[in-house]
Design a protein around this ligand. Structure first.
Ligand code: EPU
Length: 418
């Protein structure tokens, strides 16, 4: 139900896009890994199930925020399609399994409906480290005859997933690996911190050149997941759009520099606090141009939320999507809500309107779902977001938190026609 002004406090948990990789990294060491600040979301459940099928014992602790993973001496090495198709991040077990077991058979992933999302850089990089990789019957099969060896790898593009897979393979390789044009996302820094605590030596953490000195073995550790900048960013946009006042705890403003700066340009006041930040806005936002780029550029995972903001802003904005071509499919749903958005290739021109008009819409991926919920908060009347399981993949307790902040949002069961 549109029309609420969000006010109050929310607390963000650990980042989905970090914890899934930290869980995969646990495979690198026999014994008990404990991860803190693990969000209770569907994607974590899928990754836990994948690890169980690889022979690990995975338990969510009674505090609800931690997960313990007991990794056997010899994990199994096959990740089946039924799980991989639900969770693209399953591909992150490729590097650790190859390094640890000598073979990894990972079904080719599906995941979000946001574009082609190739694996060529993962494969080329692992081959440089001495792996043989082939695709057979829908599986990517990576093997090695002997220990992987260090190598120089230049990525065509700073791919998050390829950087992570190469890191997790290189830490157990013989010699030094240099990854050039590596991704620099805070989630990469987090996985480097965990690998270093496990006994790896990695230079250049947080830069685009990572130098990894391989070691013979790693030890399990206890690690706290970096806060989810994308969930924090979503709350920040929600506050700005609803002319609200929201304090976001356990959040890192320094991981959201450009996004928060855009909110300030749009008229919000952002105060950085010790453990988070506060976003206030009293007026209709001004439209802000957005160009998505790898970190530290503007994150593609906040692009739909900013299209939602621009759709009710004063003025017009150009939004350019450089990472996932299909992310603009969400625009068709925004148009159903009365937004004035036109796309041309990877550009979207958004002309702000005074109001949107509630309607049934469908979420095609996690961030599109979040963007549509935000649009529903400001649209007149009722907006029904179908396929909310996409939102559940990335946002813990979203509906409950929205309610706490004053929004009128209800989850309803729909009887699908068969
Ligand atoms: N790409 C290739 N070849 C490769 C690897 C990537 O062409 O070998 C292309 C992809 O097709 C895509 C671009 O490079 O166009 C970016 O891919 P990247 O590998 O950087 O992304 P990812 O690892 O697949 C992660 C996040 C995404 C996030 C992107 C970009 C996880 C589980 N997923 O995906 O998060 O959008 O990085 O920051 O970490 C989300 O949380 O909603 C989400 C989709």
């Amino acid at each position: 139900m549109g029309g609420a002004r969000l006010a109050g406090e929310v607390r963000v948990t650990g980042a989905k896009n970090s914890v899934l990789k930290l869980m995969a990294a646990s495979l690198l060491a026999e014994g008990l890994t404990v991860l803190h600040e693990v969000p209770d979301i569907l994607d974590v459940e899928y990754m836990a199930e994948l690890l169980r099928r690889l022979g690990c014992d995975v338990v969510r602790d009674t505090d609800g925020r931690s997960v313990s993973i007991a990794v056997p001496a010899v994990p199994l090495h096959k990740a089946d399609y039924d799980l991989v198709r639900r969770l693209r991040a399953s591909i992150n077990v490729l590097g650790p399994l190859l390094a640890r077991c000598g073979e990894a058979d990972v079904a080719l992933p599906g995941g979000d409906n946001i574009g082609s999302r190739g694996l060529d850089m993962h494969v080329a990089g692992l081959e440089k480290l001495g792996a043989t990789v082939r695709s057979e019957h829908g599986f990517l099969i990576a093997t090695r005859d002997k220990r992987l060896h260090g190598a120089s790898v230049w990525l065509d593009f700073p791919s998050v997933g390829a950087t992570e897979n190469l890191l997790m393979a290189a830490v157990l390789a013989d010699g030094v690996t240099v990854i050039d044009n590596a991704a620099r996302e805070p989630e990469i820094v987090d996985i480097c911190a965990m690998l270093t605590a496990m006994g790896a030596t990695i230079d250049g953490v947080g830069t685009s050149t990572l130098e990894i000195h391989g070691v013979d073995s790693l030890s399990p550790v206890t690690h706290t997941t970096v806060p989810d900048r994308l969930v924090a960013g979503t709350w920040a946009v929600a506050a700005a759009m609803t002319r609200g006042d929201v304090t976001i705890r356990n959040a890192r403003a320094d991981h959201l520099d450009i996004a928060l700066d855009k909110l300030v340009s749009s008229g919000s006041v952002v105060d950085v606090l010790d453990d988070g930040f506060r976003v206030r806005n009293h007026d209709r936002p001004r439209a802000v141009d957005i160009v998505t780029l790898p970190y530290p550029g503007f994150p593609t995972d906040l692009q739909p939320q900013f299209i939602a903001l621009n759709s009710i802003a004063r003025g017009a904005a150009m939004v350019t999507e450089n990472l996932f071509e299909a992310r603009f499919r969400f625009v068709n749903e925004m148009v159903r809500l009365g937004a004035d958005v036109r796309t041309d290739g990877h550009h979207a021109l958004v002309r702000g309107k005074e109001s949107l008009s509630g309607a049934p819409v469908e979420a095609a991926d996690i961030r599109a779902g979040a963007g549509l919920v935000l649009a529903g908060l400001v649209a007149e009347g009722v907006t029904t977001v179908y396929e909310p399981h996409h939102v559940d993949r990335g946002y813990e307790g979203f509906i409950g938190d929205l309610g706490t902040l004053g929004a009128d949002v209800t989850r309803i069961e729909v009887n699908h026609l068969t």
